[in-house]
Design a protein around this ligand. Structure first.
Ligand code: ZN
Length: 331
């Protein structure tokens, strides 16, 4: 499957490591209002429908808003745009959650949203009734190209999965849920503000030694070899090299959930699994081998680093999808 840069953007540029400037629009985010002086890049995209919400030209097409508030945001001409203004309190809340999560602060309201403080308190955000204690952190980071950070609340110690953008507000919310004992980093692309979080929460960070570089040199626990490794009795860490040498998935066994990082995700355009080979920086062959390894794992949910979640009816359906991917893949 040939993917253009933009077509692949539901698992976009983490492995490209595109150097982009850190945002300077924190004030814009806090007030949910447009910046006082719009320039070409943070002005509204003409593809937005008119109304309260709009997306600006700095959108990096990470798709976060599109899966968080699909009733409002769509992909138009290679970037997100407001396709329909919120028509209910529920969709408005989702749109504001997307605004807070947007890694480039590219979502705005035409005047300050009075309920933004209330919406900030919805994070960490529960995902599904069948996933008790599993949350979206929101506040995606541009440095990880909008990767999705998660929080698992667990009696043996909470686990942050990859790094949100650091904000004291989110830190306060996480601390109210018991803080974090661990920060599990799926791979080098999605480490974002890990040092700030480790300092704030005093959590033990975990990453595979294959992805130890200058920015992760001080991580407390470095996995070596091929694993698997365990965190307590409920979590297994599965080495899935290919996207990067140190890519590791986290299996939450009781809930049958796999946190995949960038190892595998779903295409935005279909329900098929996708390895996003153009971003496979180590080896597509190894990434395929790592998919075979997942045939032995007992799970029905994929919670990916980028893009859309997948839930299968049962483990057999999960395995069929992997077998279909392997059977149809040509290197
Ligand atoms: Zn990556």
């Amino acid at each position: 499957m040939a993917l253009s840069l933009r077509a692949a953007a539901s698992l976009p540029a983490p492995s490209l490591g595109l150097p982009r400037g850190r945002r300077t629009a924190s004030v814009v985010r806090a007030t949910a209002s447009p910046p006082p002086a719009l320039n070409k890049r943070n002005s509204p995209r003409p593809q937005n429908v008119s109304g309260e919400f709009f997306v600006d030209e700095r959108c990096i097409d990470c798709a976060t808003c599109r899966w968080m508030a699909p009733e409002v945001f769509k992909r138009v001409d290679g970037m997100s745009a407001v396709a329909a203004q919120p028509s209910s309190d529920e969709t408005r809340t989702k749109a504001l959650q997307a605004l807070l999560s947007c890694p480039t602060a590219s979502i705005h309201t035409d005047k300050p949203a009075k309920d933004i403080l209330q919406v900030q308190k919805t994070f960490p955000l529960a995902i599904d009734d069948d996933l008790p204690g599993v949350y979206l952190c929101g506040y995606h980071s541009e440095s990880s190209f909008g990767a999705t950070p998660y929080l698992i609340v667990h009696p043996e110690g909470n686990i942050l999965v990859d790094s949100p953008r650091y904000t004291p507000r989110l830190a306060d919310r996480i601390e109210k849920l018991g803080g974090a004992r661990y920060m599990f980093l799926t791979h080098i692309d999605d480490v974002a503000d890990h040092r700030k979080w480790a300092k704030e929460l005093k959590c033990e960070r975990i990453i595979h030694s294959g992805d130890v570089m200058d920015i992760t040199a001080d991580v407390e626990r470095k996995l070596t070899g091929n694993g698997p490794w365990n965190i307590g009795t409920d979590f297994e860490l599965i080495h899935t090299p290919g996207h990067t040498e140190g890519s590791v998935c986290l299996l939450y066994k009781p809930l049958k959930v796999l946190f995949t990082g960038d190892h595998v995700a779903k295409s935005e355009e279909s329900d098929d699994l996708n390895l996003f080979r153009m971003y496979s920086r180590q080896s597509v062959t190894l990434q395929l081998d790592s998919m075979r390894k997942l045939l032995d794992a007992d799970f029905v949910w994929y919670l990916p680093g980028h893009g859309y979640r997948i839930r299968y009816e049962d483990v057999q359906a999960k395995d069929s999808a992997i077998e279909s991917l392997l059977a149809n893949y040509t290197i």
